[in-house]
Structure formats: C-alpha cells, structure tokens
Ligand binder design. Structure first.
Ligand code: MN
Length: 240
C-alpha cells in the first residue's frame, strides 16, 4: 500500500505511526511542513526502507522528494504574493537540480499553480495532492504532465470521486494527508490508504487487489522516472 502524502511528524506519537507503517509494509512519503523539521523527521524513519521524507523547501542534492510546496488560495493579497514568490523560487531550484518528485498543494489556487508549473517543465514530476479544482483545471493539469494523489477524505465526496474517475489511471497514487485529514474524530493513518485503494477499485471497476497492483506499478514507474540519489532508492522487490 501507498500513502504518498502524510505528515508523520505531526502525530502525537510519530514513532508509533512509523513502526505501524513499517510493520504493515506501507510505502509512505512523509511530508514535512517546514524545512527545519526535515532532518529530524528523516531521522525518525531511519532503517525503514519504505518510508521517504519529503523536504519542505530547499532541494538539497540528497533530497529526492520535495513537499509540501504550492499555493493556498486563502488569505490576503500580500500573503498570496509571498507564496507565489516562494513557490517560483523552489521550482527554479528544483529545475536547476535536475528535477525532483514534488507533492504539491493547490487548494483554491489551481490556475496559479499550473501557470507556475508550465514555466518550469524540467522541474520534475508534480503530484497534485488532494486536487479540488474543476474538471477543466484537471484536464489542464493532465496536459501539463501532473500526477495525482487521492485519499479517503477526498474520495468520500461526489466531486472528489468524479475528479478521480477523470484522472489517467497510470498517474494516480493514494495518500491520507494524515493527521490533517480525519475519519470521524480519528486522524487518518498510513494504513487507511487502503480505503482509498478500495474506492479507486470501485471507480476503476477493478477488485481492490488489482487496484492495489496498479497503484504499486504507478509508484514503480514514478521511481524510475527521476534520477535517484542512492540513499533514496526504494526497494520494491520485497513488497507484501
Ligand atoms: Mn498536507
């Protein structure tokens, strides 16, 4: 199973979540929300071969994944301008570094995010997490080469399911966005990505185990698409 957007460091007991995800054999992209948290969060996942940590900001040579980056449409004009400046700077740096896998936030700012991405086609692979735009915006994102990560909270609503159904099946991954995303009062955890696998199975008219195979094939393809610093190589051979 895959949880391609989860904030492991923000659970009350990160070590417990990491251990549980490790035991369950889940591939987790652990996304830090600040650059400061990157070193500590990477260290937490030491020895866990399926957990990778995405850097909140600078694409250092040994960080293969970059996130959480992007724009959020809430807030005033000054905040928007700051966000745009930071996002463009990161895209430029990622571009210079030879491309990275990026998990991107685009809530209420899809057009601006896509405008910026279109100016940096060599920045690597943009994965729009929890996409909430229109079908037209989705089609534009697809044309720009974007991937998508979808989770149980997104797939609970009709709009989210319609969007997921319109995504190319070979560019979709699952996520939870835990602990921000919830089910009832409980924060979602990496193992809950299984709910998204089942929902995608329904959308794709596939049994859940075949949907899971397809998602793992997507992850493998993603891994092969970007040059890998050795330390970040994910071992896909012994998947359970
Ligand atoms: Mn997030």
């Amino acid at each position: 199973m895959i949880d391609f957007h989860c904030h492991l460091d923000l659970y009350p007991e990160p070590e417990r979540e990491i251990e549980a995800a490790g035991k369950a054999g889940i591939y987790v992209l652990s996304v830090t929300t600040t650059p400061k948290a990157w070193r500590h969060t990477s260290r937490l996942a030491n020895g866990q071969k399926r957990i990778r940590t995405a850097l909140g900001l600078h694409p250092l040579p040994d960080a293969r994944y970059v996130g959480e980056i992007g724009l959020d449409g809430g807030g005033d004009a000054a905040r928007q301008a700051d966000q745009s400046h930071v996002f463009r700077t990161i895209l430029k740096m990622v571009d210079t570094a030879g491309g990275r896998i990026m998990t991107i936030h685009s809530r209420r700012a899809v057009d601006s995010v896509l405008d910026d991405l279109s100016r940096h086609p060599a920045a690597g692979i943009p994965i729009l997490h929890w996409f909430s735009g229109t079908i037209e915006q989705l089609n534009r994102a697809i044309a720009l080469g974007c991937w998508f990560s979808v989770g149980p909270a997104m797939l609970r609503g009709k709009k989210g399911r319609l969007l997921a159904a319109a995504m190319p099946t070979d560019r979709v991954l699952t996520e939870t966005d835990g602990p921000f995303a919830h089910r009832g009062h409980e924060p979602l955890r990496p193992a809950d990505s299984w709910v998204a696998v089942q929902d995608l199975g329904t959308i794709w008219s596939l049994p859940a185990h075949e949907a899971k195979e397809r998602l793992l094939a997507n992850l493998k393809k993603l891994g092969a698409s970007i040059a890998t610093p050795d330390a970040e190589r994910v071992d896909l051979r012994s998947d359970t």
